[in-house]
Design a protein around this ligand. Sequence first.
Ligand code: T1G
Length: 690
Amino acid sequence: MTDLVRLERDGDVAVITIDNPPVNALKAEVRAGLLAAIAAVQDDSRIGAVVIRCAGRTFVAGADISELGKPAMQPYLPDVIEAIETCPKPVVAALHGTALGGGLEIALGCHYRVALAATRLGLPEIKLGLIPGAGGTQRLPRLVGPETAFAMVLSGEPIGAEEAQTRGLVDAIVPDLDAAAVAFARKAAARGQPPRTRDRSEAIAPYGADPAGLDALAAKHAGRPDGRAAPPAAVEALKAAVTLPFEEGIARERALFVALRDGPQSAAYRHLFAAERAAMRLDLPAGVAARRIGRAAVIGAGTMGAGIAACFANAGLPVVMVDVSAESLARGRDTIEKTWAAAVQRGKLTAAEMERRRALLTTATDLAAVAGAELVVEAAVEDMAVKRDVFAALDTIAPDAILATNTSYLDIDAIAAATRRPGRVLGLHFFSPATVMRLVEVVRAAETDPEVLATGVAIARTLGKVPVVVGVCHGFVGNRMLRVRTTETERLLLAGALPYEIDAALTEFGFPMGPCAVGDLAGLDIAWRMRKAQGARAEIADRLCEAGRFGQKTGRGYFRYEPGSRTPIRDPEVEALIVATSATLGITRRPFTADEIVERLLFPMVNEGARILAEGIARRAGDIDVIWVNGYGFPAYRGGPMHWADAIGLPRVRDRLTAIAAETGEASHAPAPLVVELAAAGRGFASVAS
Ligand code: T1G
């Protein structure tokens, strides 16, 4: 065999073991080993049945993503699965961990599947801008029926072993996997029947005669068109499983898969897959490791504080939420408990799990309650004096704890200076709503110890978040770039665009909401107060606030809102105010196309990202992409702002920035030195070493 595939015998059962750490990803060498092993057992008269298992933490978690984009990458999986499926002896897949993608497709080629109870099974290809490319869209519907197949392929979400057994995807859930798989294989051989062929379940037949039923399934699971290429391709492949003979369906799936694999969207998703994991890696000094957090504390029971406290309880960690106001505390706890109760109502959480979380969450009005917590997250009001007071007090009450601030903008070095041990201070910048948004900016302050930084990254992962290490500057990475987009929105409104045009251009680009609707949702008065505190002005946004138009909370902002509705409606009053403001400022308005709006808003953001990279505030361009996709809704199928700019080509970005600067006269629009340097060298941001 090969180093990655072993063939052993357990009596009359051949046991093929795949051993390719860390997740037994499929690659050319695994394919070669599997083909050789199956050929060997095929002709061995001493062998009556076969088990395919994996060493390590999981059954095959899919094709090797790092190999998918390589030109040499052969479409190699289908021949392995064909060899398994046509083996004259029963082949049993022994599943544990996460049997995903090509891994589940191998298991579908096996005649039977047994699994440990904790096993998860899924076809997550859609999350990589792909569709299953080794028969998954053709075999799964035949085994579990179109309803389950459409749901699994189009959501990309795995199901547990119990549900898989109910659906017919798993034949038995067993406690002792290896022994049970061999016994199951031996029994299958003893029956003396030919191995179970691909189960052409009658569950498909009704759909074959009812295309409308298939369309209804597609509409139910594919959702609204959102610019992604994979969902429509998945629907087409799944429909082929019902309407075409198997071989034709396989050919259709292969063609759709290859087109996606070689397209820009899958390249963007694969970039993000690698970038998310790179962002979590730290070059720590020898012997330095993350500290174990057994108990956390959160200071502040407002929207963010309560959300952060819920994240700890949701992850199974005891957490005390502290607020000087008993009323805020009660409100915060009530908000958390209502979200848990709603999840139980929706069947997303068991009542027992809710009780476990309730027991983990305690509250207190006295700061002394944080004693004993290894990590304290401060989510108090965005006021430097308040934060410094809290940290000075924590310095005494919890002298050994790691102290994290959730501040969005304030200088963490100044906050750390309020303590006697700034090495234990860092930023953990969560995004609202904290229980939903995956991103956490882990802010390394000037004196943050490596162990403290490692602990920040590790605890964010424990909470199920995507941690990205960033440096200290105003707004760190995400908000610093958001501020640029907000400024450009204001400039564009004055120059001739209207709110509905700006928002339509960005939603068409792939953002879930445009910047004006986002401002209305967050509340225009928040930024207004910050500008006034800084003595800054934004002519249009300020005029809206001076007219009491704070956004959804007042029913009017850039748009107007019917009572009880969040749907933005164009407001002629606002558009007249914008036109009048341009006139007052002596600006001659001009029309902007959607493409120009996208460039005017996003190229200056990319430019700021280049400055952030050059200053070392972000370690690599991929970190910036992970931040903007997971914190601000940048469409994942475009890979994030820096990957998107690389795909356009930095010479074009440079030239457009130069043209924008010439039109606006804004120095900040001129291409940053890093953009100029990389464009001249024919390189992209991805080539900037961290
Ligand atoms: N290929 C290569 N490396 C992978 C990998 C994969 N499929 N999955 C994980 N890794 C690496 C990952 O980069 C990291 O490496 C380490 O394993 C631990 O991962 C034909 C074409 C399995 C649930 O989409 O969802 O099959 O950073 O940190 O949080 O139709 O990894 O340690 O060096 O994420 O415990 C389909 C993707 C592929 C599964 C484990 N499969 N992986 O999560 O650990 S396309 C997927 C995951 C396909 C077929 C098509 C998760 C996980 P390093 P981790 P984790």
